[in-house]
Unconditional design. Structure first.
Lengths: 219, 361
């Protein structure tokens, strides 16, 4: 079995199994926790609470005014690499094929050249946030293994994907195998580290929004 | 059998003009990516060479490799190779049969010991002492070992001989293997492909005759001059890949416009061969030009590499049942974790009393 066959076969199967187990473990484990009873008279019920939850998913994407000036650079960098990742993952033809194979969902792809450019910009933004994390005196103290490893497993698919496209460093089939394996590493790590925010962010924001709506607070 | 006279004299005697001989040498030098000046050197070397004794062994194969060479649409080119070599043994092409044929092989081996080249097409079965393929009562394994013992080099023609090919496809009932897994003490040149491109076979033999050495090989033992680049990199449809224009079906508008066949399972990106440059049928076209994706036939285990019509970026991710089982397992573990947390929370409440914000329920 070649490295590419392993990556496309057993490697992919097991990484998806671990991703699924991990995601459900985290989600059910959190949702099934006890929470405090709220005896206050609710200001909103039913659909108003749901709309508050949905609204918060989006309103929290805009940074609060008091912090904007202090955090402009990291905010911009974060937006750049998050949007860049979305474009690369969901806009590249071969990636859409992968998703279609897995879910049956499909949509038109973007030009490959645009994906390559986005990949380079995304990689640059990710390197910049790492440099900031390593040089900022407070951020450096707050950072632990999870932060650096999560950064690494996010960067590896982008870096190996660009190397594969450019045929740099090794034969294409090796680079393609490394690219797929790096995505599998991301799948395995995603539920258990800080990258879990990829799906937990929706749970936490919606919960906050629903609670605020119930209490009649702006969100 | 080998002839004492040189190839130059022999070709002249057979009416092959100097002009067509030079054309052949130029084509060969070009195909092997040699400098233009090497064509003249090749012509000189070949003209002075004696006819090379070649013993061609056919094992577990379909004769497609021989067909590829002999039915080439360019007999003036590939056909010339038969003037350069003394094909002393070949099941399909030789007139002799039975014991006479085997005697011809043994006589050629004795007369050219240490100098002859063994060309093999087909894989060798190893299971059950190799009984699944025999010639004149001799197993392929035994015949290969006997013949290769005094050979100068071995050329494995076709993917079956190079890597085991289709006979080796799962579940490989005969225990088929490629030649290089058996012959480890001689130079083995793999000319893979199903079938291999005729000019590649000719080019390799010409290189050996001209330089008296094997050409530069890749990590799979294939001549780099022909297997140095992927089909994808030299494909005329590559610009469509870069633009993100993919045919979605073999008869859709994209396919008619010549868009990239990646989504239809083309294995061009991971296949190393010269099809896109040398082409087939006298340079007419190659499979992708005919509207079908590359099968990756010059790569090891191409038959078992996840399906001809499955794109490279699509994995073999298992079944929906497997993922569903993983989801159930994950939910069960999550529920267990939550139950344990609830118990811990409850014991904390009992120990410290209810918190100010309310009670846990």
């Amino acid at each position: 079995m070649t490295l590419l066959e392993f990556a496309r076969g057993p490697g992919l199967q097991w990484s998806l199994v671990i991703l699924t187990v991990g995601m459900l473990w985290r989600l059910v484990g959190i949702l099934a926790l006890k929470h405090k009873s709220d005896f206050a008279e609710p200001r909103a019920r039913g659909t108003a609470v749901v709309s508050g939850a949905v609204k918060t998913l989006f309103t929290r994407m805009v940074y609060a005014k008091p912090f904007r000036t202090q955090t402009t650079l990291p905010n911009v960098l974060s937006y750049v690499f998050h949007i860049g990742l979305a474009i690369v993952v969901f806009g590249f033809g071969p990636h859409i094929l992968f998703i279609r194979d897995l879910t049956g969902l499909s949509w038109p792809n973007l030009p490959s050249g645009m994906i390559y450019l986005t990949g380079v910009i995304t990689l640059g933004a990710l390197v910049a946030v790492l440099v900031r994390r390593m040089t900022h005196p407070v951020l450096r103290l707050l950072s632990n293994f999870d932060d650096y490893f999560s950064w690494l497993v996010t960067v590896l698919p982008i870096a190996t994907g660009l190397l594969a496209v450019a045929h740099l460093g090794a034969r294409y089939e090796t680079l393609l195998a490394l690219h797929i394996l790096s995505v599998e590493l991301l799948f395995v790590w995603l539920p258990f580290g800080k990258l879990g925010h990829a799906f937990l962010v929706f749970v936490s924001r919606a919960t906050t929004g629903a609670l605020f709506a119930r209490r009649g607070a702006a969100t | 059998m080998s002839q004492p006279e040189t190839l130059g004299l022999q070709l002249a005697r057979r009416g092959v003009s100097r002009r067509s001989f030079l054309k052949f040498c130029t084509a060969m030098a070009s195909a092997m990516a040699l400098p233009p000046a090497m064509a003249a050197q090749m012509a000189d070397a070949l003209a002075k060479a004696r006819r090379q004794s070649v013993i061609w062994l056919s094992f577990q194969e379909c004769t497609g490799c021989t067909e590829s060479l002999t039915r080439s649409h360019n007999p003036s080119l590939e056909g010339l190779i038969f003037d350069f070599i003394s094909l002393d043994y070949h099941h399909t092409l030789q007139a002799a049969s039975g014991e006479a044929a085997e005697h011809a092989r043994e006589a050629a081996m004795a007369a050219n010991a240490g100098k002859y080249i063994v060309v093999v097409d087909g894989s060798v079965p190893l299971k059950d002492d190799g009984v699944y393929s025999t010639i004149a009562g001799i197993t392929n394994l035994q015949m290969l070992k006997d013949t290769v013992k005094d050979a100068a080099a071995v050329v494995s023609v076709g993917t079956c001989a190079a890597f085991g090919g289709i006979p080796k496809a799962k579940p490989n009932p005969t225990g088929a293997v490629g030649i290089s897994e058996i012959v480890t003490d001689k130079p083995v040149i793999n000319v893979s492909g199903c079938p291999p491109i005729p000019v590649v076979i000719t080019g390799v033999l010409s290189h050996v005759l001209t330089f008296g050495a094997i050409p530069e090989l890749d990590h799979l033992g294939r001549p780099l001059a022909f297997f140095g680049e992927t089909i994808h990199d030299r494909c005329y449809r590559r610009p469509f890949y870069d633009k993100g224009l993919f045919a979605k079906a073999f008869d859709d508008e994209g396919a008619r416009k010549g868009w990239c066949l990646f989504e239809l399972g083309c294995k061009g990106p991971t296949t190393y061969n010269a099809c896109a440059t040398v082409k087939w049928n006298d340079g007419t076209s190659f499979p992708i030009e005919s509207g079908h994706g590359c099968l990756g036939c010059s790569e090891p285990d191409f038959w078992d590499s996840g399906g001809f019509y499955k794109a490279l970026s699509q994995g073999n991710w298992g079944t929906a049942e497997g993922i569903a089982a993983a989801a159930v397992a994950g939910a069960a573990i999550g529920t267990g974790a939550a139950v344990m947390s609830r118990k811990r929370q409850q014991s904390m409440v009992q120990e410290h009393g209810e918190s100010e914000g309310g009670t846990l329920k």
